[in-house]
Design a binder for this molecule. Structure first.
Ligand code: ADP
Ligand code: F6P
Length: 470
């Protein structure tokens, strides 16, 4: 078994399943923040990525991708149902996102969560070289740091949570709260998107486990576990370069023409998830149409909503409701050849996404709760012309950094309508000044800066940073 000095452990591998089965692998840019963040970082780094290749049954053997080894962990159909769809996405996901949907608790799901975490820990123990740095990602794998430490005490283990970490009153609902906290404390460094999340974690560790904790350090037996905020980002330069390419500019021009050359385009790009505030946004838009504040001929909304976690009941219900509402709004306000909403559920390649960003006069990113929201950052990076207004929810992690966006509370329908109108009617000079400030921020705080700040805290030898080109 080949071993690596850097191992990333995440629920998903970053490659396209179909292509992988043919033997010709390409990076999968699956619609999701984790792959989008880690992909540009690891390319051409001699690392191993431990993860699930999608599907069920025996794990396929995958070739290296751009110099990164793919080490697959198999999931059975029970694991998929009870670990991924169950405990990860129907218990933890809603609790971590303010319980905007009701979390479900089943003992069978917890058994699967433990079983799958153990399998990931064992796979990682096999591929990590002596003294390696292992970077465990996200809520699917919260027990892995503790399980891995028991198997391989020589490793330097980091854990990073891409989603919000909830306040104690919500986390306390989890029947297995102590085990989950213990699992995370197996890491040497536990990273969050925001300082508030690190604070919530410290409070819980004291309350549930009785350990002395500050927002930076926790004493666990004979070890110190460091905690902190490391807001994840994107490859700003790559998105800017892509958005400036002549074929993207050309594609953007054609897209605008195909939309009927409206005065203004509003764009939203989300996974179809109840945390993204899609229904609230549609309602706000519909009321603006109804009140005559926006007119279909002058303004169009392009809503991209790629299906996600399609076998989970709450996601099926959401999709039905969104599609019914889009149909209603188009039926009521559209005309022949002029729909009020252009609704797209396809995954797009990066070029098409960049072209869409470039035609969006207003980018509406209004989640009810979101760990970061990389779409907001991609939009800003793509606006190399300094144009375009970002309408951003206060409840997205990105709002802490992109404070020059037009900030809204998506729970407040009137506020959302006013925010949308303000962004649509903003003075070009104001729009430009805000965009320039946000672009300057992202040029400095890109994905490499994120990795530098996290890995230099985790691995004080600095060796990894040199390898990642930091
Ligand atoms: P989340 O992690 O909850 O999915 P983020 O906004 O952080 O949310 O990340 C979403 C990522 O998925 C972004 O990089 C975005 O470009 C990508 N994405 C979203 N929708 C699509 C789509 N239809 N096609 C391709 N990529 C998409
Ligand atoms: O950011 C949260 C997250 O669960 C990521 O781990 C993942 O990139 C994204 O959402 C998409 O989710 P899934 O892997 O369930 O398709």
């Amino acid at each position: 078994m080949r071993q690596s000095s850097l191992v990333v452990v995440a629920n998903r591998l970053p490659i396209n399943d179909n292509v992988a089965l043919d033997g010709a692998c390409e990076w999968r840019r699956s619609p999701g923040g984790l792959v989008s963040a880690l992909h540009p970082l690891l390319r051409h780094t001699p690392a191993t990525w431990v993860g699930w290749a999608g599907g069920t049954g025996p794990a396929p053997t995958l070739p290296d991708v751009d110099g990164v080894r793919m080490h697959t962990v198999p999931l059975s159909s029970e694991d998929l149902r009870d670990h991924y769809e169950g405990f990860a996405n129907a218990t933890l996901w809603p609790i971590y996102h303010d319980a905007v949907e009701q979390p479900e608790h089943h003992r069978r799901w917890w058994d699967a969560y433990q079983r799958v975490n153990q399998r990931f820990a064992e796979a990682t123990a096999q591929v990590a070289e002596k003294g390696a740095v292992v970077w465990v990602q996200d809520y699917h794998l919260q027990l892995v740091p503790g399980l891995l430490r028991a198997l391989r005490p020589d490793l330097r283990i980091g854990f990073f949570l891409h989603v919000p970490f909830p306040p104690p009153e919500l986390f306390m609902q989890l029947p297995r709260r102590a085990e989950l906290l213990h699992g995370m404390l197996g890491a040497d460094l536990v990273g969050f998107q925001r300082a508030q999340a690190a604070h919530n974690f410290a409070q819980l560790v004291t309350k549930v486990l009785g350990l002395p904790a500050t927002d930076r350090r926790i004493a666990v037996e004979d070890r110190i576990v460091r905690i902190g905020a490391f807001p994840v980002s994107i490859d700003t330069a790559e998105m800017a370069a892509l958005a400036g390419r002549p074929e993207v500019v050309d594609r953007a021009r054609r897209l605008r023409h195909d939309l009927g050359s409206p005065d203004q385009v509003i764009l939203s790009v989300d996974r179809m998830d109840y945390t993204k505030g899609i229904e609230q946004r549609l309602k706000a838009y519909s009321e603006l149409l109804e009140g005559g504040h926006v007119k279909v001929r002058d303004t169009v909304l392009v809503q991209v909503a790629v299906p996600s976690r399609e076998r989970v009941g709450q996601y099926q219900i959401l999709r039905d409701r969104v599609e019914r509402e889009v149909g209603r709004i188009n039926g009521e306000f559209g005309r022949v050849g002029e729909p009020a909403i252009h609704y797209l559920t396809q995954p797009f390649d990066r070029t098409e996404l960049a072209a869409l960003y470039r035609i969006a006069d207003v980018m509406a990113v209004t989640p009810l709760r979101d760990g970061m929201n990389l779409v907001a950052k991609e939009y800003v990076a793509a606006r190399v012309d300094d144009a375009g207004a970002l309408l951003l929810s206060e409840f997205a992690g990105a709002a802490a950094e992109l404070s020059q966006a037009y900030l809204v509370n998506p729970h407040d329908l009137e506020g959302l309508k006013q925010g949308l109108l303000a962004a649509l009617r903003a003075e070009p000079a104001d729009v430009r000044a805000r965009m320039q400030a946000m672009r300057a921020h992202l040029r400095e705080h890109d994905i490499r800066a994120w990795a530098r700040s996290y890995l230099s805290t985790l691995d004080q030898t600095g060796l990894l940073l040199t390898r990642l080109g930091g």
